[in-house]
Design a protein. Structure first.
Length: 368
């Protein structure tokens, strides 16, 4: 497509954004060797890149081997950004600079996105322009100076549920009269809030990953494969759920463990969106839903509660399968600050009762 064809006579871009790819599941996402291998770089026009950025993006993120989840997350974030550019009458490769990027991020903050979501959106746009720069479509990356907050390092963004609150959620879920759905939802809470699994790891769990003889489960997720050894309570709940679920069709020779109960996907593998829906309903049902409370809250809760129980960061790191001890250390840091209240030793010693009375009031003589 010629570059001029994509723009109106006044120079503003036509309101078109690349249509979403038809591939949605990890197994059908276009593979690297199926990308535009026969297209020479000098034959790639700016407009072709904008409408087919997903063909080039994987080569420049995650060392050239991003997971399907990373690809889909980045692709969605970039599409939203391109829509915004079209709405503003901006050509993504000619009219967007540092200032426009900052305006866009301010717009995203005004929509009450979490710090974690904003960080992902910013990283995706930065990757888009990184590819554009490598292909010589922009002289410099307009996101080069963009500072993205990492919520994992900020106490004010740190939220978790106590063991009692997780119990409240489970008690609320037990009221569901549908046995299969009740057991499934309780199992999701246990897998995430007790065993520390991520959303994608719960969704990808297959019956073939469960080793009943050794009491362990192989985890397949966002580049964090590993083995977990669930507690007896989790294993018993898993067994009860599977007995109620019964046999289900295999998908690519793997049997989905956590299935959907919706009419559109009965007995099919539950999606991450489906898990988020379960979590949101569970939080609302227990009266615990707050801003910023989402799926990852349960993994944070597992780490925090486990450290409070064991005071052993190594145990927390192994349970959550975290590579960096610095990431795990946040649980000890937050716990210690809550427990020790370091400033208590430097107070002037004025009690609230004393502060509520004017000085000398207690000793003032009674009037006759």
């Amino acid at each position: 497509m010629a570059e001029e064809d994509a723009y109106r006579s006044d120079g503003r871009p036509k309101p078109t954004v690349p249509a979403p790819r038809t591939e949605t599941s990890p197994g059908t996402v276009r593979r690297m060797d199926a990308l535009s291998m026969n297209v020479r770089q000098d034959a790639i026009t700016p407009e072709y890149f904008i409408t087919h950025f997903y063909e080039y993006l994987p080569r420049y993120i995650a060392g050239g081997s991003p997971t399907a989840d990373t690809r889909n997350t980045y692709e969605l974030a970039i599409r939203l950004f391109l829509h915004w550019c079209m709405e503003q009458g901006l050509h993504p490769l000619r009219d967007v600079h540092d200032y426009q990027i900052r305006i866009y991020m301010e717009d995203m903050r005004a929509r009450d996105y979490s710090a974690a979501t904003l960080m992902i959106k910013g990283a995706a746009i930065r990757a888009f322009y990184k590819v554009a720069q490598r292909l010589s479509f922009v002289a410099e990356n307009p996101c080069a100076d963009l500072q993205l907050r990492n919520p994992q390092h900020l106490d004010e963004d740190y939220k978790y549920l106590t063991v009692d609150q997780i119990k409240e959620i489970c008690e609320s879920l037990k009221e569901d009269k549908n046995t299969l759905r009740r057991l499934r939802n309780l199992l999701i809470i246990y897998l995430m809030g007790v065993e520390g699994l991520r959303v994608v790891e719960v969704a990808r769990l297959s019956d073939e990953d469960i080793d009943w003889e050794r009491g362990r489960i192989e985890i397949r997720g966002k580049g964090h494969a590993g083995i977990i050894y669930p507690c007896e309570e989790t294993l018993q709940l898993l067994k009860a759920y599977l007995e109620e679920r019964g046999a289900v069709p295999a998908e690519r020779r793997r049997t989905p463990t956590i299935i959907s109960c919706s009419r559109n996907n009965t007995k099919g593998r539950i999606t991450r969106v489906g898990i988020r829906y379960v979590i949101n309903c569970a939080l609302k049902g227990a009266g615990l839903k707050q801003s910023g409370y989402a799926c990852h809250l349960f993994r944070h809760s597992c780490g925090t509660n486990l450290y409070q129980e064991t005071k052993d960061l190594r145990v927390v790191q192994e349970t959550l399968r975290q590579r960096s001890p610095k990431v795990t250390a946040k649980y000890a840091h937050v716990h210690d600050r809550m427990e020790r209240r370091y400033t208590r030793g430097i107070t002037p010693g004025i009690s609230a009762d004393e502060a509520q009375k004017p000085r000398g009031e207690a000793s003032a003589p009674k009037s006759t």
